[in-house]
Design a protein around this ligand. Structure first.
Ligand code: PLP
Length: 391
């Protein structure tokens, strides 16, 4: 007899782990086995699991109001927008439920901006190795064969450039370009940071040609690098930015932040969402921003990031047969491997350490930003055990 088709559409290769609960930096399986979580739900549980202040905020909001339509004013949404505007380049925010939805709005915003300006600018430039989500628009934007195969015809209007090829960028970036869309640190692409000088140079090129700069900070934003947003290190600001993952600390929430100049293109009726900006998500998001922007929080992320990097560099030096290179910033680190990255992910899991594979044969380390230095040391010991098994 044929096996029945899986009740969950089999789009994921899932590890045989079933977690019953999370506590800070730890995930606990149904049988009580504890795993040190250096995935954070792929950069989502930025404040760890079951953070007491987030639990209290969510519970309090759940007792008051879960959902109300965007047909009405939503104070929790206003609070979060005000906090984000206060702590970023942006003048305005639209809330979504995910990074993909944020990418969709960013693309619409770019197109509508140029439509209103009366200029024909059909192209958005994107980069090889990019990941902006799995919607039809987002896969067309990233352009990789792996994500787009079988899903054509693709949405037109994107041109994908090689990563780090300045000449290709200068040639492509003319006054027919509507926007350049880029992750300051590619996450899925293998923890590939764009050097500050390149981000600055890109901003200059955008200013010269009028193209809008759209930053995708869905993975690298919300404190991962030791600043609230990764682009802050380069001292530049975008016109539009996508945010998600860490902003909800585990509650589904995303946002598009924009300047007033660009946001002005999106009047009533141009975009919407049933759930986007709901009171539960926004109450939690506001608390996340409050915690992350409290004095000392980001300094601690940078300090812990430096400790993690130092230990990882040590592992790379002692095990050059397994680890080729350490990449990343803050608590967004990547190990470029000589062995298949999935072997290292599996060996780490056997040592009860959870890490995430990425493209370019990289293993990602994305611990909660609330990780302790002792937990970092513990993780590095477990990683070393895993590496020894493979070397
Ligand atoms: N953009 C980047 C940089 C991402 O890393 C992701 C998810 O991994 C997305 C967009 C899509 O976000 P979501 O999965 O929340 O739709």
């Amino acid at each position: 007899m044929n096996a029945p088709f899986p009740t969950i559409l089999p789009t994921y290769n899932r590890a045989p782990l079933r977690f019953a609960r999370g506590e800070g930096s730890w995930l606990v399986e149904e049988d009580g086995t504890h795993y040190l979580d250096f995935t954070s739900g792929i950069a989502v549980n930025a404040l760890g699991h079951a953070h007491p202040e987030l639990v209290a905020t969510l519970t309090e909001q759940a007792h008051a109001l879960w959902h109300v339509s965007n047909l009405y004013q939503i104070p929790a949404q206003e609070n979060l927008a005000t906090a984000l505007v206060e702590h970023s380049f942006a003048d305005t925010a639209f809330f979504t439920n995910s990074g993909t939805e944020a990418a969709e709005l960013a693309i619409k915003m770019v197109r509508k901006f140029w439509h209103d300006a009366g200029e024909a600018r059909p192209t958005i430039l994107t980069f090889e190795g990019a990941f902006h989500g799995r919607s039809t628009g987002a896969i067309a934007a990233a352009g990789s064969e792996k994500m787009t195969k079988g899903f054509g015809p693709l949405m037109p209007g994107f041109k994908t450039l090689p990563w780090g090829d300045h000449d290709a960028l200068r040639t492509a970036l003319d006054d027919t370009v509507a926007a350049v869309m880029i992750e300051p640190i590619q996450g899925e692409g293998g923890i590939r940071p764009l050097p500050d000088a390149c981000l600055k140079g890109l901003r200059d090129l955008c200013d010269e040609t009028g193209a809008l700069m759209v930053l995708d900070e869905v993975q690298c934003g919300m404190g991962r690098t030791g600043r609230l947003f990764a682009h802050e290190w380069a001292g530049i600001s975008p016109d539009i930015m996508m945010v998600a993952k860490g902003i909800g600390g585990g509650f589904p929430l995303g946002a598009v932040l924009a300047t007033a100049r660009v946001g002005a293109a999106m009047g009533a009726g141009t975009h919407g969402s049933t759930y986007g900006g709901n009171p539960l998500a926004c109450a939690v998001g506001t608390k996340v921003v409050e915690i992350m922007t409290a004095p000392g929080f980001m300094d601690a992320v940078s300090r812990k990031g430096a400790a993690l990097r130092q230990s990882l560099e040590g592992l790379c030096a002692t095990h050059p047969d397994v680890i080729e290179e350490i990449r990343g910033m803050g608590l967004m680190m990547g190990l470029k491997c000589h062995v298949p990255n999935t072997d290292l992910v599996q060996a780490a899991r056997d040592a009860q350490l959870l890490v995430v594979p990425a493209a370019d044969n990289v293993v990602r380390l994305l611990p909660p930003l609330t990780i302790t230095e002792d937990e970092i040391a513990e993780a590095c010991q477990r990683l070393e055990r895993a590496i020894r098994r493979l070397g």
